[in-house]
Write a protein that binds this ligand. Structure first.
Ligand code: ADP
Ligand code: ZN
Length: 531
């Protein structure tokens, strides 16, 4: 250990004031910086907006030599470097967007010891020529940003990250700091192992974002619901609307614009120029809404995003947390709003089944989805459930700033209703050798003589019409919750319903099925479909 804590403390703090113009460190920043400046390795887990950058930028400035930052976000390097240069920090980057001469200039600056920070893409750092260059200069610290990219299970996996384990062998005296916002205990362990950082100290910041209000509403007519939410609560404010497909991104942006909410689309199918233009408008303008696929947002630093809306279900709690975390970085109130319905469950289950990947991958994806569904269906505090997912102790009394705390949902005994749904599925299969989707099952239960019911003689089934006590919306809610609870499963490309191992206990009356009461449909829509 070099340097006393007091000295590093005051040097780090002086740098914070002088270079960045901030008053004080936030959360774990001071501890991380002190540890790294003293030469220790660190794994830093902080939510998006938590202030990870300073955790390596300040050690890079305080320690002699250049801080090497490994980041997969090539598109943002220029912006990051420009922002640092505007603060008087001598920063540079090396990636595939540069020509030979530009790279030469950066290399020369590095070798002359003139650079405070050097941003590199992992695929560049992997090259022997790059490592050779680095060994000819002085390195203050290695920062490995978005460190969850080492995880083969995550959707951001980058094989090049696996080669970063060599840094510790080649530069044993240079401290390394790995940073991420996406991590459960498992990812955390994977980072330590794959980056070969066994003696790293772990810093885990609280995942709580108290200024974000979490709300999940039943999906009826999602675009209209979104519009009323924006008009009533966020008129003229900046926000992000996430949709699953490029097509729905386009449609939603058009719909909002037509209805007086300025909105632009953002997805990987747009050309780079349009994407860059929309992104920079979002950053610059005051009240712009971006409708986007998840391609939008990694590394976006806009403090005053007042809402993040989801029109489709995210694949995992990690994804949901990261996306909603882009709201309210300035600490002011912000809303995480999501519309969620039966079709979301069916669609995501189908995606997993028909998607690539082996059985183990599918099981993991299924488990991720199950946790997300549990969050959607919970009658308890949503924040509590989120924090528990990340291994944090929630407040037993509830948070007071999520929909279930503000208006506790009612539950009812759905055992008989569940048995009716499951018996219908069983009968179709046993008596007719048939499998059908949710729409047909609900039509049979409600005793509707639709063309498809007549075509298959389903009005002859003994279960036909046994569900007249509930509305169509309520039945869809029952099916959705059974799917979410794993008491019913989706199969094949048509999304037909089948039983699971757990269904038997319900049919044999060995267990109860408590269900969440479906809230009244919003007045903006009379349709019960779409959800
Ligand atoms: P992350 O990378 O964890 O998402 P950033 O490092 O981009 O977060 O920081 C998020 C925002 O918080 C930035 O606008 C940053 O300038 C600001 N910030 C970080 N640390 C501090 C601090 N100690 N005081 C004030 N603002 C800070
Ligand atoms: Zn709550």
């Amino acid at each position: 250990i070099t340097g006393t804590p007091e000295r590093t403390d005051s040097e780090a703090l002086a740098t914070l004031h002088r270079v960045f113009g901030y008053e004080a460190f936030r959360g774990a920043q001071a501890e991380v910086i002190e540890h790294v400046v003293a030469g220790g390795d660190a794994v830093v887990l902080m939510p998006t907006g938590g202030g990870k950058s300073l955790c390596y930028q300040i050690p890079a400035l305080v320690r002699p030599g250049t801080g090497i930052v490994v980041s997969p976000l090539i598109a943002l390097m220029q912006d990051q470097v420009d922002a640092l240069r505007a603060l008087g920090v001598n920063a540079g980057f090396m990636n595939s967007t540069q020509d030979f001469d530009e790279r030469r200039v950066v290399e020369a600056e590095f070798l002359a010891g003139e650079l405070d920070l050097l941003y590199l893409a992992p695929e560049r750092l992997r090259l022997e020529s790059t490592q050779e260059l680095l060994s000819r200069g002085k390195i203050a610290v290695f920062a490995i940003d978005e460190a969850h990219c080492v995880s083969q299970w995550g959707h951001d996996f980058r094989p090049d990250y696996l080669t970063l384990a060599v840094l510790g062998e080649r530069w044993p005296d240079v401290p390394r700091v790995a940073l991420t916002a996406t991590a459960t205990r498992a990812t955390h362990d994977e980072i330590t192992q794959r980056l070969n950082m066994p003696s790293a100290r772990h810093f885990v910041a609280s995942f709580d974002r108290p200024n974000i209000q979490y709300r999940i509403v039943p999906k009826a007519d999602p675009k209209k619901q979104l519009l009323s939410f924006l008009r009533e609560e966020h008129a003229g404010e900046a926000g992000i609307v996430y949709c699953l497909s490029r097509n729905s991104v386009e449609k939603t942006a058009e719909f909002l614009s037509r209805n007086g909410v300025e909105a632009v689309p953002y997805h990987a199918g747009l050309d780079a120029g349009t994407r860059a233009a929309h992104q920079s408008r979002f950053l610059r303008e005051d009240g712009l809404v971006v409708c986007a696929t998840i391609a939008f947002g990694m590394g976006i630093d806009k403090p005053d995003v007042r809402f993040v809306a989801h029109l489709d279900l995210p694949k995992s709690i990690e994804g949901y947390y990261q996306e909603t975390g882009r709201g309210g970085r300035d600490g002011l109130p912000s809303t995480a709003w999501m519309a969620y319905g039966l079709n979301d469950v069916i669609q995501q289950r189908k995606l997993i089944q028909s998607g690539e990947g082996d059985e183990a991958f599918r099981r993991r994806a299924g488990a991720h989805l199950d946790s997300m569904l549990a969050l959607c269906e919970t009658a308890q505090c949503r924040r509590g459930q989120l924090l528990a997912y990340f291994g944090q102790e929630p407040d037993a009394a509830g948070c007071g700033n999520c929909d279930t705390c503000l208006t506790p949902p009612e539950t009812w005994d759905g055992t008989v209703a569940a048995q009716k749904v499951l018996s219908t599925v069983v009968r179709l299969q046993r008596e007719r050798g048939q499998k059908f989707g949710a729409v047909q099952i609900v039509d049979i239960l409600m005793g509707k003589r639709t063309a498809k019911v007549i075509q298959f003689d389903h009005d002859q089934l003994s279960v036909f019409g046994i569900g007249e006590d509930l509305t169509e919306g309520e039945w869809r809610g029952v099916v959705r919750q059974l799917l979410a609870q794993g008491l019913l499963a989706v199969e094949g490309e048509y999304g037909t319903l089948v039983l699971t191992e757990a269904s038997g206990a319900v049919l044999r009356r060995e267990r109860d099925v408590p269900l969440r009461k479906e809230p009244k449909r919003p007045a903006t829509s009379s349709k019960a479909s779409g959800g």
